[in-house]
Design a protein around this ligand. Structure first.
Ligand code: NCD
Ligand code: ZN
Length: 387
């Protein structure tokens, strides 16, 4: 199969033909011709930080609804986080969740292994057992406070015992001030070794990570929302507008853009549960911002596709390139729309981006197969592969 169109290739948009065999790109050239796609063909998104819930929290999201929401947002692969109920802290629960994903995911799916004090001594052994069957992108996200709390000492011991990537939710448990909590936790972790830092919300921490050999992730909500504007809870908390602007100014120093898709029902939000759904709107909002010149398209692709693949060793993903999966998203830049919660697909049915301008993908291709076109999903649940 050959597809022609304006492809985002090696940092710019070129008119070319992409030849696909068994889901993989086998040739990219200017001389061939195939069925022509309208619009701009971008590498599909990779969201390395989602909480798809399921199990006992199926009432607010499942792998099925979360992955459908991701697909509508142009995401071809997610990394799901282990703070489910029950949590993913041994091979038994890991296998159970992957079997569930095999039956129900629309897009490709991978899962991190959770770290708690209780499994920290056997973590290497658990990894070995799981990796006979599946690929684990990382240990994490590791919490330094809350229910799955791990001490710095344990984190250090585990960091020294394995070469696996460890992703950290960096908020110091002892610090009241939320800016300092992040800065202190990052400072302390950087002394221990290299980590991937989830959802960094302060420019200071971002710069510290940028100067180190560790990697960072930022979220749309810390870039687009400030605590002056909305008072919904999230961890790490939304910052002041001044801090938000500083973070956005330093956007280019972040390695990854990820949603931290953390759905809760409206009732739970009233009780103060932290987190927002977001996997469906990252690419649409940021593609719109790129069109307006607020960020560069190249930066967006790096942070939402190329770097996620590179950092988490997802070798067949992240670029339109020979040898990679034919995972594309087709945007029509003239198709600007306001986000309406009724149009989104997460189970919780609300969004903090109501009314935001966005450009949603018109078509999505996964491993060469058209899976979404003009708002219609063309495959069944279970189409996605688990890693
Ligand atoms: C996350 C959740 O709800 O799972 N919530 C959040 O505010 N980000 C957990 C977390 O990362 O703290
Ligand atoms: Zn977190």
């Amino acid at each position: 199969m050959i597809i022609s169109g304006n492809f985002f290739y090696r940092g710019r948009i070129i008119d070319c033909a992409v030849e696909i065999e068994d889901g993989l790109i086998v040739d990219i050239s200017k001389n061939k011709r195939g069925k022509r796609l309208k619009g701009i063909v971008m590498p599909a998104g990779i969201d390395v930080h989602v909480h798809f819930r399921d199990f006992k929290e199926s009432y607010k999201e499942t792998i099925e609804t979360g992955s459908l929401s991701a697909l509508y947002g142009g995401v071809c692969l997610v990394v799901d986080q282990p703070n489910t109920n029950p949590p993913i802290t041994d091979e038994k629960v890991y296998f159970e969740r992957m079997r569930k994903a095999e039956r129900s995911t629309y897009i490709d799916y991978s899962l991190n292994l959770g770290l708690i004090e209780e499994n920290s001594e056997k973590i290497k052994n658990i990894i070995e057992k799981i990796e006979e069957k599946y690929y684990i992108p990382a240990i994490g996200e590791v919490f330094l406070k809350n229910a799955m709390m791990v001490s710095y000492e344990t984190l250090e011991r585990v960091r020294k015992s394995t070469s696996k990537i460890i992703t950290v939710h960096a908020e110091d448990p002892k610090e009241e001030d939320d800016v300092l909590a992040e800065v202190k936790a990052v400072e302390r972790c950087l002394k221990i070794g290299n980590f991937h830092f989830c959802h960094i919300s302060t420019s200071k921490a971002l710069n510290m990570i940028y100067e180190s050999n560790s990697t960072s992730e930022v979220t749309p909500h810390h870039i687009l929302h400030s605590r002056e504007k909305i008072d919904f809870r999230v961890n790490p908390p939304l910052k002041s507008n001044e801090e938000r602007i500083m973070l956005f100014k330093n956007f280019q120093k972040a390695d990854i853009l990820a949603s931290d898709h953390a759905p809760h029902t409206i009732e739970e939000k009233k009780e103060g549960k932290p987190g927002f759904p977001g996997v469906e709107v990252v690419y649409p909002i940021f593609f719109y911002m790129a069109k307006k010149g607020e960020i560069s398209l190249n930066e967006l692709v790096k942070k939402f596709s190329k770097n996620p693949a590179k950092i988490f060793n997802l070798s067949r993903y992240g670029e339109i390139e020979v040898g990679k999966y034919a995972n594309f998203v087709v945007f029509d830049p003239s198709d600007e729309r306001r986000i309406r919660s009724d149009d989104l697909h997460s189970k919780v049915g609300w969004t903090i981006y109501e009314g935001f301008m966005a450009i949603f993908p018109r078509e999505v291709y996964i491993r060469g197969e058209k899976v979404l076109e003009d708002g219609d999903v063309l495959v069944d649940k279970g189409f996605g592969e688990v890693l």
